[in-house]
Write a protein that binds this ligand. Sequence first.
Ligand SMILES: C[S@@+](CC[C@H](N)C(=O)[O-])C[C@H]1O[C@@H](n2cnc3c(N)ncnc32)[C@H](O)[C@@H]1O
Ligand code: SF4
Ligand code: SF4
Length: 363
Amino acid sequence: MAVVRPVLLRSLGRSIRGLGGERSPVLAGHKLLYRCNLECHMCPFWRREDDPLLTLDEEVRMMDALVRAGVSFLGFEGGEPLLRPELPSILEEAHARFHTSVVTNGWLLAQRFREFRDDVEYLFVSLDGLRATHDRLRGIPRSFDRAVAGIRAVDGQVPLAISHTVTKDNLGEAGALVDLAEELGIRITVQVAYDYSTADAMSPDRARLRTTLESLLERKNEGAPLLESPEYFLALLGSWYGDRPWVCRPWMTINVDPSGRIVLPCYVLQEYSGRLPIWDVDVRALWNSFDWDRYGTCNRCALACYLEPSLFSWANPGMVRERVLEAAVEYLRVRRRGRTRGSLPVVGSRPPGGPPRTPAPVA
Ligand SMILES: C[S@@+](CC[C@H](N)C(=O)[O-])C[C@H]1O[C@@H](n2cnc3c(N)ncnc32)[C@H](O)[C@@H]1O
Ligand code: SF4
Ligand code: SF4
């Protein structure tokens, strides 16, 4: 409990301060680089040139700035984070300060997991469909087989979930991906593709998407291993097909780009990216002077890292149970099992009693 208890107390403390009017981020996402070894149609990031990346010392300065800002969870993403040779050292520093997660396309997972297994607390592996669909959407042959081989190699050593992005080309396969997660004994998180202006327009047809969202909500209520809360699906259905917008609180999640700059209001809109690196910014002052209110009813994306914290309420006992208490218990259980196994990869194993739960992923 040594790791979990202070985080719960800090998060609770922040929520209470939030009620008093002060804003501070709880989750952080950091793109370690834009470069990638895949070329997904819907993704803008692999198309960008990287400026010089942060050194390890600068990554640590960034983390210390996030600690000062009040962040408890730091998720690493990209580009492809496993392309960074220094990833193990970065994660070690991060784990000394935060709960950590990584989202990866899985290509290098089996090869590199041993290097950082002790410092990642939750791992997301992206799968955008079954083999043919995934390889087509990801632009590179064998990417499905490499990702699934990665999942099998690390399964049982770390809480693990498939990260699935629904696009116009894989709409019919969300259910099959939930089946695959069940078969593998892991969890799944489902996002809806957002149309970035610098990527292919891949967002799904809204009418067909509605059926998918409704059926995912049904699967969730039947006990399928979906990480999203029922409230997540209800918020999308209420907003996109009704007149009940959710209130987006993008200030709960802070995003830092590969050069160490804060991206505001969220990494989807990226309307503002400071010139200074985060360690030269007074984040708390920025957070309490930025005009967040005009994004409250934006409702344009469905990214769980923004939507789930926006929906979270300490007054909702179901959410507190699933997101906080069960997440803590599952985390400790899977890590303990991983440790007793030593560092050898365990192929095809499952945590007993079903897959782990966690707070919303940063992806
Ligand atoms: C940008 S990738 C970075 C990490 C890693 N390269 C991977 O693919 O998992 C993180 C997640 O963003 C998702 N993603 C990519 N393009 C997206 C889009 N246009 N809208 C929503 N999610 C998207 C990917 O499917 C992936 O699950
Ligand atoms: S979604 Fe991930 S794997 Fe695909 S191109 Fe973007 S960064 Fe690379
Ligand atoms: S709904 Fe999405 S795009 Fe809009 S402000 Fe919130 S996080 Fe950003």
